[in-house]
Ligand binder design. Structure first.
Ligand code: AP5
Ligand code: MG
Length: 208
């Protein structure tokens, strides 16, 4: 199965992808995770994109498309993949269509006030990247990852000023993709407000 998870920042794409990848036996590819790993490791790409991610802007289409194209050529993608956070512009979607044929695009639908509370309450493990939420999905021990015992931190782009910029960029650049994919008959809307296990059940239903 070749899938795209589309939706505003904080809608739960990453949380659902980590459940869906095992349920569907596909590889989870998050462009945001790829950029953050490069920043953490201080690679040339990481140095180039750090300020962009921190402020909530978008990395250039050219750079992002090249990374995804290379990643999709790797052998583990043959059995299927789930793209989380790509494409994010019409240019990226057009490029993807030239080298891949998608089965479905899942559109995560969520109210803006819930989005903001999910983003501002998100904490991620500094060591393994597992995501938590201060109230909705709290860790067993405050500030500590349930999985690996690592320290939980707040993403720089989850600070208030970057959240507003990400929502603005989403509305201007990414939201038009909803219409773009709908006209191609690929779009499946999903209510992202219930608990993750409920959203997964719904996802299995809509994807058949
Ligand atoms: P990226 O990492 O993709 O960020 P994003 O789209 O802003 O999405 P998030 O990761 O913030 O949200 P999510 O939907 O994954 O939500 P999550 O599951 O964590 O991209 C980061 C940056 O990289 C971009 O700003 C850009 O600079 C760059 N970039 C990436 N891709 C690019 C591209 N294609 N082109 C150009 N630039 C690109 O959940 C959020 C919170 O809610 C968590 O705390 C979680 O615990 C909680 N939660 C999740 N689901 C539920 C639920 N069902 N109920 C209750 N709480 C929930
Ligand atoms: Mg994410």
């Amino acid at each position: 199965m070749k899938l795209v998870f589309l939706g505003p920042p904080g809608a739960g794409k990453g949380t659902l992808a980590s459940l869906a990848k095992d349920a569907f036996g596909v590889v989870h590819i998050s462009t945001g995770d790829i950029f953050r790993a490069n920043i953490k490791n201080g690679t040339p790409l990481g140095l180039k994109v750090k300020a962009i991610l921190d402020s909530g802007g978008l990395v250039s289409d050219e750079t992002t498309i090249e990374i995804v194209k290379d990643r999709l050529m790797q052998a583990d993608c043959k059995a299927g993949y789930l793209l989380d956070g790509f494409p994010r512009t019409v240019v990226q979607a057009e490029a993807l269509a030239t080298f891949e044929k998608l089965d479905s695009v899942v559109n995560f639908v969520l109210d803006e006030n819930v989005i903001v509370s999910r983003l501002s309450g998100r904490r991620v493990c500094k060591a393994c990247g597992t995501g938590f939420h201060l109230t909705a999905m709290p860790p067993q021990k405050p500030g500590t990852c349930d999985k690996c015992g690592g320290e939980l931190i707040q993403r720089k782009d989850d600070e208030a000023s970057s959240i507003q910029e990400r929502l603005r960029v989403y509305a201007a650049q990414t939201e038009p993709l909803i219409h773009w994919y709908r006209t191609k008959g690929l779009l499946k809307d999903i209510d992202a407000s219930p608990q993750p296990t409920e959203v997964l059940k719904e996802l299995k239903k809509v994807l058949g």
